[in-house]
Design a protein around this ligand. Structure first.
Ligand SMILES: [Fe+2]
Length: 270
């Protein structure tokens, strides 16, 4: 099964720029690339920070843009979003009995679980007992392999300024115990960090990637100062099979020349 993952679209009002870039134009370019190159994917998942300020007009813009996708699109909530406004614009989004934006989809590759890690009033995340109880039930009912999608990572990434607004430590420890006990989660897709990060946690493969708009500088030492840059955006093409999970990051705005081995491409002089 081919699945597209991208994250942190940070849409503002129509036509509005953010940190000198247009999140709207970036998302449009991303959608055009997916439609042209990966229209055979089964699903596209956006792992949160869909909007920058949770404006109703930004959610409306998101709906218009993703409506152009030739493949289904699943939204996950992030800390920059607003739960009620998001659900007002997308009433079809699944919610659990407590109102958290959590749902499950069964696919040929396994059970996909979309989680809500938002804690109101802070950019940090939470995955409280109510959410974990819901997740435990979904894991129990999942017939085979499971893939998780959430905004915050449930572990420290080493980027200290971002880890300070990561998932609550006690919630993360409890989530880890739950997932280890279940034992059939194959991969965790997340957002929030605006950087390509891959590895394993609790025996589970994980990945995230750059945002659509602005990126976080790779700084593993400074704890109290978050810095951004404009490394190019990307989306991920994930190939989920019985024996393997393969993830390709695609810098879809790269316009450098394509050339064959042995050819001499024309390069811009530095
Ligand atoms: Fe973000």
């Amino acid at each position: 099964m081919k699945l597209i993952h991208f994250t942190d679209t940070h849409l503002c009002l129509p036509g509005e720029s953010l940190y000198g870039q247009s999140p709207e134009e970036r998302l449009q370019a991303c959608i055009d690339s997916i439609n042209e190159e990966h229209g055979d994917a089964a699903l596209c998942v956006i792992t949160g920070d869909l909007t920058h300020r949770g404006d109703p007009a930004a959610f409306e813009l998101l709906q218009t843009l993703i409506g152009q996708l030739r493949i289904p699109c699943q939204l996950v909530i992030g800390n920059h979003d607003h739960r009620e406004r998001l659900c007002r614009q997308f009433p079809e989004l699944g919610r659990d009995e407590h109102g958290f934006v959590q749902s499950v989809t069964h696919t040929e590759a396994g059970t996909l679980i979309f989680m809500d890690s938002v804690k109101n009033g802070t950019h940090a995340g939470a995955y409280c007992a109510k959410r974990r109880d819901w997740l435990a039930l979904q894991l129990e009912q999942a017939p085979g392999d499971v893939y998780l999608f959430m905004h915050h990572a449930p572990f420290a990434t080493g980027i200290k300024a971002m880890d300070q607004i990561g998932l609550d430590c006690e919630d993360a420890a409890a989530l880890k115990a739950l997932l280890k006990a279940h034992g059939r989660v194959r991969h965790l897709f997340f957002g929030h960090y605006h950087r390509p990060i891959h590895g394993t946690w609790a025996g589970i493969g994980f990945s995230t990637l750059r945002s659509m708009n602005h990126q976080v500088v790779l700084d593993l030492t400074t704890p109290d100062r978050l810095a951004f840059n404009h490394e190019p955006p990307a989306y991920a093409v994930a190939l989920l099979d019985r024996d393997q999970v393969v993830i390709h990051d695609h810098e879809f705005m790269d316009m450098s020349a394509r050339f064959m081995p042995g050819d001499e491409p024309e390069c811009d002089q530095q």
